[in-house]
Design a protein around this ligand. Structure first.
Ligand SMILES: NC(=O)c1ccc[n+]([C@@H]2O[C@H](COP(=O)([O-])OP(=O)(O)OC[C@H]3O[C@@H](n4cnc5c(N)ncnc54)[C@H](OP(=O)(O)O)[C@@H]3O)[C@@H](O)[C@H]2O)c1
Length: 288
């Protein structure tokens, strides 16, 4: 069985490495080919085009930015009608409706489609401890479970295509809300000259505490947002995906609209490729 990994970015690279370590035959494609070439030394074949990767694989694992990138790679002119008998495992974060529409187009070509978005980042991808949420037919989940287990030992079947994407967006909405809520409180603590350790001690004892606060505390205090696992621009993408879907579903999204504005200001500060905790800089501006 040959597996193609398309999208060798922050997350796609460790996913390809996991498959190579498990002795799968892997062919990789990345738009910026040089990034994929690093995997040659580990035994991967390098595809110069999406078509080459599609032709050389039975299963295609996609770890691309968004639905536009996925459509370009799968349905770009040179790959037209080449998905027959191929199985697509789509692992990026996209909207439920986008996922269902891609499924439809894959199936029209005689291919199979599973969505498998993940919670966790580069360290978990390297260790194979991602939380993998799968939207597919149950039979497809059972058929491809062994491959998904390379990425996370307990992949979970959520329901039909679209349900896992919705669950992933719900979780990422919490990343945005919890991080911005914590940043705002930390900002007040700093500006009022309250001892941050005392603030954290009390917070940790309380029902309000979330482990992500401690994960981001140092970065915010030092204003060091370098070497991100999950950059601000991707969190803004996910906030926008959530807003579109939630508005369509008739939810009141005013809270998240405020956070979107904070995220946009974070981009304007030149922090789009920084860790998403950089939203602290938009909430608690440095005094000039
Ligand atoms: N980073 C995380 O912690 C994390 C965690 C869970 C889920 N996710 C999700 O997983 C997905 C990938 O994230 P990432 O962090 O790996 O992002 P990334 O490092 O920015 O990688 C994005 C990949 O998509 C490719 N790409 C973008 N636009 C393209 C296009 N139009 N045509 C062809 N290829 C294109 C990029 O190619 P180039 O190299 O040529 O730009 C790159 O391979 C996103 O949906 C993200 O939200 C990320």
């Amino acid at each position: 069985m040959n597996i193609g990994v398309l999208g060798i970015g922050l997350m796609g690279k460790p996913l390809a490495e996991r498959l190579l370590q498990a002795n799968y035959s892997v062919i990789v494609y990345n738009r910026t080919v040089t990034k994929a070439q690093e995997l040659e030394a580990l035994g991967a074949k390098i595809a110069q085009t999406p078509l080459e990767a599609v032709q050389g694989s039975d299963i295609l694992v996609l770890m691309l930015t968004d639905a536009t990138a996925i459509r370009e790679v799968l349905f770009g002119t040179e790959t037209a009608d080449k998905l027959q008998n191929r199985t697509i495992i789509q692992m990026g974060t996209i909207a439920p409706d986008e996922s269902r529409s891609i499924q439809e187009d894959v199936e029209k070509q005689g291919g199979q489609y599973l969505e498998a978005p993940v919670l966790g980042s580069i360290p978990q991808a390297k260790e194979g401890t991602l939380l993998v949420m799968v939207g597919s037919k149950l039979s497809q989940f059972e058929e491809y479970k062994t491959i998904l287990q390379q990425f996370g030992s307990k992949p979970q079947h959520i329901g039909e295509v679209g349900t896992a994407s919705a669950l992933k967006l719900a979780l990422n909405q919490l990343i945005a809300s919890l991080t911005s809520g914590f940043a705002l409180s930390l900002g007040l603590i700093e500006r009022q000259g309250v001892d941050v350790d005392k603030f954290m001690d009390i917070l940790r004892e309380s029902a309000l505490y979330a482990p992500t606060f401690d994960k981001k505390l140092n970065r915010m205090q030092q204003r060091n947002f370098d070497n991100p696992n999950f950059p601000s621009k991707h969190l803004l993408k996910d906030v926008n995906l959530f807003l579109n879907q939630a508005e369509e579903n008739g939810l009141n999204t005013e809270i998240l609209q405020g956070i979107r504005s904070i995220m946009q200001q974070t981009m304007e500060l030149g922090l789009s490729d920084s860790d998403y905790s950089a939203l602290f800089s938009a909430i608690n501006r440095e005094k000039s």
